[in-house]
Design a protein. Structure first.
Ligand code: ADP
Ligand code: MG
Length: 341
């Protein structure tokens, strides 16, 4: 059985539908990411799971137990807030000990557990400091240790890296994964950053406007986006408009064998293809190279097709640029590399 099961959950705030018939499951020991743009309902969903809000419809089960009516402190869940919400007047030690004191644990147990957690988040030595004497990264780790202290079976982390600068974020992504792997606690991380979700999670749910558009492993969501929104939200994508004619996609630039046969003859469609799945090839569709940019491991080419559409192409830097600005270049798209929406 899954550790967390959300079935058909909806939530409205007067005129706003924050969540509309959301279902998902998170496994034991899974690192799950909830990904979507700001305002799509991510925080609301976490607050429902934590018991801080009540759903209008649907059912939430944790470890097979129906959570309806269960107050937050009776759920085997903890929520780490985006703002960290540390107690400013308490020391690092007391912040982390907070949940344990509430559980009525005795002094020796609390001291040992706090020491173990501070060690795990690499904060040993700063027990006595107050939050305003810590860096952003240290505050984040205190919040994590505090959320883990009572030993939740499920930890919800709402934009846990949102306040950190870029370099620290990557380091912290790795630390979060490492800690999660060690503890085998199920994590649900909320983020609006697709790179972060891809880097950390076993599976990702992509949300838009209160609904889930796709759930899958990072590679699955990247390679086989279920909707046009997912295709555009995750990674770089080219979109070319056209229609279906005689089992082929026909666009302003030419014909491609249609990758999906179920498409209706004459239907208007959009073909989506990743920049790295477009090949330079002498017998392809011709365009003019508008830009060639060296980006370390990859070379990015901007190609204007005769119909005026722009294709972004990326090639491995090891392959060399092959083309220069102003060149005519031909490209092909393998049918299996394209998706039609
Ligand atoms: P996210 O975390 O993905 O940015 P939220 O869950 O915070 O999105 O919000 C989803 C939608 O619900 C937004 O339109 C937001 O304005 C609205 N919303 C969230 N909480 C409340 C509330 N307490 N009262 C009214 N509207 C709310
Ligand atoms: Mg939010």
């Amino acid at each position: 059985a899954p550790l967390l099961s959300i079935q058909g959950v909806s939530k409205r705030f007067s005129a706003v539908t924050a969540l509309d018939d959301v279902s998902l499951e998170v496994g034991k020991g899974e690192f799950f990411a909830l990904l979507g743009p700001s305002g799509c309902g991510k925080t609301t969903l976490m607050r429902l799971v934590a018991g801080l809000e009540t759903p209008d419809a649907g059912r939430i089960e944790i470890a097979g137990v129906d959570m309806s009516g269960a107050p937050p402190h009776r759920r085997p869940v903890n929520l780490m807030f985006q703002s960290y919400a540390l107690f400013p007047h308490l020391s690092v030690f007391e912040n982390v000990a907070f949940g344990l004191r509430r559980q009525g644990k005795d002094k020796g147990v609390i001291r040992a557990r706090v020491a173990e957690l501070l060690d795990m988040v690499k904060l040993a030595g700063v027990e006595k400091r107050r939050p305003d004497q810590l860096s952003g990264g240290q505050k984040q780790r205190v919040a994590l240790a505090r959320a883990l202290a009572p030993g939740p079976r499920l930890l919800l982390l709402d934009e846990p890296l949102g306040a950190l600068d870029r370099q620290l974020r990557e380091e912290t992504q790795f630390q979060l994964k490492e800690i999660q792997r060690k503890l085998k606690t199920s994590f649900v991380v909320v983020t609006h950053d697709q790179d972060e979700a891809m880097a950390m999670a076993d599976r990702i749910a992509v949300m838009r406007a209160g609904r889930i558009e796709q759930i899958g492993a990072p590679a699955e969501v990247y390679e086989r986006p279920a909707t046009r929104f997912v295709a555009s939200f995750i990674g770089e994508m080219n979109f070319l408009s056209g229609r279906i004619a005689g089992e082929a996609f026909v666009g302003a630039f030419g014909r491609l064998p249609a990758p999906r046969s179920e498409l209706r003859e004459g239907a208007k469609v959009v073909l989506a293809v990743r920049p790295e799945r477009i090949a330079l090839s002498p017998d392809g569709v011709e365009g003019i190279v508008e830009d060639v940019a060296f980006r370390g491991s990859a070379i990015h080419i901007r190609l204007r097709l005769s119909g005026g559409e722009i294709l972004r192409i990326s090639r491995s830097a090891n392959d060399g640029p092959g083309v220069a600005i102003g060149d005519a270049a031909c490209v092909t798209i393998a049918p299996e590399a394209a998706r039609l929406f």
